[in-house]
Design a binder for this molecule. Structure first.
Ligand code: ATP
Ligand code: MG
Length: 587
C-alpha cells in the first residue's frame, strides 16, 4: 500500500488523543502513580546527603535507624506506583488496540471486494496484527515512559537545584549538546521503520500466497525459485533492520559519551567546591547521584521519540485503511426492495474493473422477466461473471444502470438488495466452521431440519453423514478431503437455503460428474421455478431448459435467443455446440 502520509496529520493525532482521553479517569490515576514513582526516585537521591553527612561524617546514631526506615518506605511506594502505572497504561493500550483491530476489521469487511483485490490479503492482515501492536507500543509504553520519566526528571532537577544551584547551572551548559543527536537519530529511525514495516507486510503476503499455493509450487518445481525470492525479501528486511538498529545503537553510546563529559565537569567543579569548603561531601554525592540517575530517564525519553516515530508510521498505515472511502455507497434514505417476482434489467451497461482500462462489459442491454431462466454462455473471459456480479453490487457499473423491479440498484439499501439474491460463486467458498454452519450462512434463522432439507436437495446429505461428525464436522478438520464437487454441493445447499427471488448460478455444477450433475441439476431446476435466474455454464447440455440463452464475447452480447434460434443462426453458439457434441460423442 502506498503510504499517503507517513507523518501523522494533526487530524489523525487528534483522533488518537481523543481515543485515549476517553479513559481520562484511568489516565489520571496512572499519572498519580507515576508522580509517586518520580517522587520516590527523587527521594532516593535526596537521601544520599543525610547518609553521607549525618551517618558517615557526623556519626549520628538516630539517623542510622531513621534513614533505612525512610528507604524502605520509599521503595515500597515506588513499587506500588510502578505496578499501578504499568497496569493502568497497558490496560488503556490494550483497549485501544482492540478498538483499532475491530474498526479495521469492520472497515475492511465493508469495503468493496475491489479494495481487497487491490491490496494483498497478507498486507491487510499485517495491518490488523503487526501495525496495531506497534501503535499500542506507542500509546502505552511511550506514554508510560513520557509521563513517568518526565516527572522523574523534574524530581531529580529539584534535588539537583536544591542541593547546589550554582553547580547545576554549570552542568546544564553541557546538556543541550546531547539534544541534537537525539533529533537526528529519531528522523533516521522513522525512515527505516516505515521501510521495514512495509517489507514485513510484503513478507506476510508472500507467505500467505506461497503457503496457500503450495500445491502449484510443488507440481511446477518452483521450490528453488520461491526460496530464492523469500531470501531476497528477508535480505531486504535484514538490511533495513540493521540500519535501524545501527541508528538506535549509536544513539546510546553517543549520549553516554556526552553525559560523561558532563560528569567530568561536575566532579571537577563540585570537587573544587568541597575542597574550598563551600559545599559538603553529602551535598556533592546527593547531587552526583541525582545527575547519574537522571541519565536513564533522559535516555528513555530520547528512545521514546523513536517509539513514537515508529508508532506514528504504523498509525498512518492504519488510518490509510480506516479512511479509505468505499466506492460502493448507499444513497441517503435508500429504497427497500421487496416482493418475490422481480425482473432484472441491464440498461446499456458498461463496466471496467479499472478506470481507463479496456472495459470488461460494453453496452449490455438486457431484460430478464420475473421467473425467467436466463443462461449465459461464451468463451472464458467473455464477461459472464462480471455481468452477474453487477446485480448484487459487488461492483458498480461504470455506464448505464442495473435495475431490479424498475429500481436502480444504486438506490436500494445494500442489505435489502442482497437479501433478495442468492448466489453460487464460481469458486466454492467455505469457512472453517461446521458443515451445518456453512450451510446456515444462507439463512441464519434456518432450523437444523431446513438445513438438512437443503443439503438433501443439493445431494450433499449422504456424503455429509459420512464425515466423522456429520453435520458438526468442522471444514478444517477435513483438511483437503473435500472434493471440488462436494464443496460445490455444500455451496448449492447454502444458496438453496437462502430461498431468494433472484438466483445466480456461476458454473455451480462444473465440478460434478455427469451423473451427479444431472441429479443436482434436477434440484436446481425445481428451485429455479418462479425465480429470476442467471445460469452460467460451459457445458451447454446443462442449460437446454433455459428460456433464453445469451452468448457473451469480449464483453458484449453477440447472440441471444432459445437453443433452437441460436442453432439456426449457425454462429458462435452453433460452433460451441458442435465442438461439445463431437467431444461428447467421442467420450
Ligand atoms: N477482479 C478483476 N480485476 C480486473 N479484471 C478482471 C477481474 N475479474 C475479471 N477481469 C477481467 O474481465 C474480463 C471478464 O472476466 P469474467 O470473469 O467476467 O469472465 P467469464 O466470462 O466469467 O470467464 P470464465 O468463463 O472463465 O469464468 C476478463 O478479461 C478478465 O480478465
Ligand atoms: Mg466466470
Amino acid at each position: 500500500m502506498n503510504i499517503k502520509n507517513p507523518k501523522l496529520s494533526s487530524d489523525r493525532q487528534k483522533k488518537i488523543i481523543s481515543l485515549v482521553l476517553v479513559y481520562w479517569k484511568r489516565l489520571a490515576l496512572a499519572a498519580l502513580c507515576m508522580i509517586v514513582v518520580a517522587g520516590a526516585n527523587g527521594a532516593m537521591a535526596f537521601l544520599v546527603k543525610p547518609v553521607m553527612d549525618d551517618i558517615f561524617i557526623s556519626k549520628n546514631r538516630e539517623m542510622l535507624l531513621l534513614i533505612p526506615g525512610a528507604a524502605v518506605l520509599v521503595f515500597f511506594l515506588k513499587g506500588i506506583g510502578s505496578y499501578g502505572s504499568e497496569y493502568l497504561m497497558n490496560h488503556i493500550g490494550e483497549t485501544i488496540i482492540r478498538i483499532f483491530r475491530n474498526s479495521l476489521y469492520e472497515k475492511i469487511t465493508d469495503l468493496p471486494i475491489a479494495f481487497i483485490h487491490k491490496e494483498k490479503t497478507g498486507v491487510l492482515m499485517s495491518r490488523i496484527t503487526n501495525d496495531v501492536n506497534i501503535v499500542k507500543g506507542m500509546v502505552s509504553n511511550a506514554v508510560i515512559n513520557v509521563f513517568r520519566d518526565f516527572f522523574t526528571v523534574i524530581a531529580f532537577l529539584f534535588v539537583i537545584f536544591y542541593r547546589d544551584w550554582r553547580l547545576a547551572l554549570g552542568a546544564f551548559i553541557v546538556l543541550p549538546l546531547a539534544f541534537y543527536p537525539i533529533v537526528l537519530f529519531g528522523r533516521r529511525v522513522r525512515k527505516f521503520s516505515t521501510g521495514s514495516q512495509e517489507t514485513m507486510a510484503d513478507l506476510n503476503s508472500f507467505l500467505h500466497e506461497t503457503f496457500t499455493g503450495s500445491k502449484i509450487i510443488k507440481i511446477f518445481n518452483l521450490e528453488a525459485l520461491e526460496k530464492k525470492r523469500f531470501q531476497e525479501k528477508t535480505g531486504a528486511l535484514f538490511r533495513l533492520e540493521m540500519k535501524k538498529i545501527t541508528a538506535n545503537a549509536l544513539s546510546s553510546p553517543i549520549m553516554e559519551f556526552l553525559g560523561g563529559l558532563g560528569i567530568a565537569f561536575i566532579i571537577w567543579f563540585g570537587g573544587m567546591r568541597v575542597i574550598t569548603g563551600t559545599s559538603t561531601p553529602g551535598t556533592f554525592f546527593s547531587f552526583l547521584t541525582a545527575v547519574m540517575m537522571l541519565y536513564d530517564p533522559v535516555k528513555r525519553l530520547s528512545r521514546l521519540n523513536n517509539t513514537i516515530q515508529e508508532g506514528a508510521a504504523a498509525a498512518a498505515r492504519i488510518f490509510d485503511v480506516l479512511e479509505e472511502e468505499s466506492s460502493i455507497l448507499e444513497r441517503e434514505n435508500p429504497e427497500i426492495l421487496s416482493g418475490r417476482a422481480l425482473d432484472v434489467e441491464f440498461d446499456h451497461v458498461g463496466f471496467a474493473y479499472h478506470p481507463g482500462e479496456a472495459p470488461a462489459l460494453e453496452d449490455i442491454h438486457l431484460k430478464v422477466a420475473p421467473g425467467e431462466v436466463l443462461a449465459l454462455v461464451g468463451m472464458s473471459g467473455g464477461g459472464k461473471t462480471s455481468l452477474v456480479n453487477l446485480v448484487p453490487r459487488l461492483y458498480d457499473v461504470t455506464q448505464g444502470a442495473v435495475r431490479i423491479a424498475g429500481k436502480n440498484v444504486k438506490d436500494l439499501s445494500l442489505k435489502s438488495l442482497r437479501d433478495h439474491i442468492s448466489i453460487v460463486t464460481q469458486e466454492p467458498i467455505l469457512f472453517n466452521e461446521t458443515v451445518r454452519d456453512n450451510i446456515r450462512y444462507g439463512r441464519m434463522a434456518a432450523t437444523d431440519q431446513e438445513i438438512e432439507d437443503a443439503a438433501r436437495a443439493a445431494f450433499a446429505h449422504d456424503f455429509i453423514l459420512s464425515f466423522p461428525k456429520g453435520y458438526d464436522t468442522v471444514i478444517g478438520e477435513l483438511g483437503s478431503r473435500l472434493s471440488g464437487g462436494e464443496k460445490q454441493r455444500i455451496c448449492i445447499a447454502r444458496a438453496l437455503l437462502k430461498d431468494a427471488p433472484i438466483l445466480i448460478l456461476d458454473e455451480a455444477t462444473s465440478a460434478l460428474d455427469s451423473q451427479a450433475e444431472r441429479l443436482v441439476q434436477k434440484a436446481l431446476e425445481n428451485l429455479m421455478k418462479g425465480r429470476t435466474t442467471f445460469v452460467i455454464a460451459h457445458r451447454l447440455s446443462t442449460i437446454d431448459y433455459a428460456s433464453r440463452i445469451i452468448l457473451l464475447k469480449e464483453g458484449s452480447i453477440r447472440e441471444q435467443g432459445t437453443h433452437d434460434d441460436l442453432m439456426a443462426l449457425k454462429g458462435e453458439y452453433f460452433k460451441l455446440q458442435t465442438l461439445q457434441s463431437v467431444k461428447g460423442n467421442e467420450e
